[in-house]
Design a protein around this ligand. Structure first.
Ligand code: NI
Length: 185
């Protein structure tokens, strides 16, 4: 039994690598695709563990493709319509929900708006947001002020509160990352 389609993974992976070409992970020398790979790994890990526990993710390919593509609309010139043509409407809708809408207002308002739109999607999309924040809760960049670090932690708690119930692996894993992040606050 295969848990996901390697071809679906590769198609989204190559698309994301092209879309993010030339971008770097903020505060690092890594190409941006390193972040994308980490989020996909979190989602794939959760899919694998849940399959072993008899709690399978209903649409693993949707979760993985949205993980691989989760930042292309927010951070590149790719549009949701282009995603719909190549990957279908469900991937396009998932990535759209995962993308902040710059017309909404300030950053906290954009996050609230995105979380509300993610909650209208299936649990596979919630999983991507959990994996994204798990990936981003590493040691903060050295130039971050304590207030910014605390607000990032608070935002992670909101994500956990709103989306953590979608996944028995990623919900607790995000909580553990939030607890570990306290050392930086
Ligand atoms: Ni991301």
């Amino acid at each position: 039994m295969s848990l996901w389609s390697p071809d679906a993974w590769l198609e989204a992976w190559r698309f994301a690598a092209d879309a993010h070409h030339g971008q770097r992970v903020p505060g690092s020398e890594h190409p941006y695709i390193v972040h994308v790979a980490a989020v996909a790994m979190e989602v794939a890990h959760a899919i694998s563990v849940r399959a072993q526990l008899g709690d399978p993710v209903a649409r693993p390919d949707l979760a993985i493709q949205c993980a691989l593509l989760h930042d292309v609309v927010e951070d590149t010139s790719i549009t949701a319509s282009e995603l719909a043509v190549q990957f279908g409407d469900d991937v396009a809708a998932g990535v759209s929900a995962l993308s902040k809408d710059p017309s909404v207002g300030d950053k906290p308002a954009q996050m609230r708006d995105s979380l509300a739109r993610i909650r209208l999607q299936g649990p596979e999309i919630w999983m991507v947001k959990l994996g994204d924040r798990i990936t981003n809760l590493q040691a903060p960049p050295s130039h971050w002020e304590p207030a910014k670090i605390r607000s990032y932690r608070d935002e992670a708690q909101k994500i956990h509160a709103q989306l953590g119930g979608a996944c028995s692996v990623l919900g607790p894993r995000l909580q553990a990352k939030i607890s570990a992040y306290e050392q930086f606050t």
